[in-house]
Design a protein around this ligand. Structure first.
Ligand code: ZN
Ligand code: ZN
Length: 149
């Protein structure tokens, strides 16, 4: 979503010089950053479950499938720069420890369901059974007390 069509908000076409075709070279086909895929669930970032955190870089919410905290990059791509990756994982651990206590789980960076958009889970030992037992959380705002349905 970085391409702006220069919208004709003038009454008549004005010769605009030669700056029309100077689109910056896109990196080998699909750029790794600054991307948005309208068909991607993580780009859509629907707010159904509890949201722990959000900033310019990422958001952390309960995964709708696993019900554990999940950090999602705000770029459609798989390779965040190292500093951004570290920042995101730190936010994820904060959310995970808020939920499960200090060292209550571990980061899982395997992207099973959506392999082309960076995200990572924080899973405690019981996440598999608990996701069937516990009611799902619900969205009440970012960083609010976690509520279930
Ligand atoms: Zn995406
Ligand atoms: Zn999940």
């Amino acid at each position: 979503m970085t391409q702006h069509q220069p919208n004709a908000d003038v009454d008549h076409p004005v010769a605009s010089g030669d700056n029309s075709n100077s689109v910056a070279a896109t990196r080998s086909g699909r750029g790794e950053s600054a991307a948005f895929d309208p068909d991607c669930e993580l780009c859509e970032a629907a707010r159904f479950t509890h949201w722990y955190y959000e900033d310019e870089l990422c958001w952390v919410a309960d995964c709708e499938v696993c019900a554990t905290p999940m950090v999602v990059w705000k770029q459609h791509g798989t390779q965040p720069p190292a500093d951004e990756l570290a920042a995101m994982l730190a936010r994820l651990v904060e959310a995970g420890e808020l939920r499960f206590g200090p060292e209550g789980g571990r980061v899982d960076q395997v992207m099973r369901q959506i392999p082309d958009h960076f995200h990572a889970h924080y899973r405690d030992a019981d996440w598999m059974s608990r996701r069937w037992m516990e009611p799902p959380s619900r969205y009440t705002g970012v960083g609010t007390p976690r509520e279930t349905r």
